[in-house]
Design a protein around this ligand. Structure first.
Ligand code: CDP
Ligand code: MG
Length: 135
């Protein structure tokens, strides 16, 4: 038993498509706990900080345009091994390749507009929670 907290973003495509409830329901039905929840629109500096390791990649400008294109929902989610558990619920990055049964595999056919962000390790979870939910 290792309780973890992870940062989840329900991305602007999910908000536009009316899938916020669907994504929240999947997290809740799994047994995870939604500790914090906020709707906001990412600005360019927050995008650069959140996706620091991606700045400069060939897809980054498109990713930033997408992520700042409208409101998203940020969450802190907790539970036993919540970091890998949420990554598994999200599925592979590319919705066309993600397994059916996952959020991306069931609901996305895009490598960019893939509905959800989830922290990938304890260190990134801490960094991202601080970034999005600083006191
Ligand atoms: O989100 P995840 O950790 O699964 O993937 P990533 O490789 O860390 O990439 C972060 C985000 O960048 C993805 O979720 C996509 O939205 C976007 N991306 C993209 O637009 N084009 C790519 N070739 C790869 C990723
Ligand atoms: Mg990632």
């Amino acid at each position: 038993m290792a309780q973890q907290r992870t940062l989840v973003l329900i991305k602007p495509d999910a908000v536009r498509r009316g899938l916020v409830g669907e994504v929240l329901a999947r997290l809740e039905r799994k047994g995870l706990v939604i500790e914090q929840l906020r709707m906001r629109t990412m600005d360019a500096p927050l995008a650069d900080a959140h996706y620091a390791e991606h700045v400069g990649r060939e897809y980054y400008e498109g990713l930033k345009t997408f992520m700042t294109s409208g409101p998203l929902v940020s969450l802190v989610v907790s539970g036993d091994e919540a970091i890998p558990v949420v990554r598994k619920l999200a599925g592979a990055t590319d919705g066309r390749k993600a397994e059916p049964g996952t959020i991306r595999g069931d609901l996305s056919v895009s490598n960019q507009q893939n509905l959800i962000h989830a922290s990938d390790a304890e260190e990134s979870a801490k960094r991202e929670i601080d970034l999005w939910f600083a006191a």
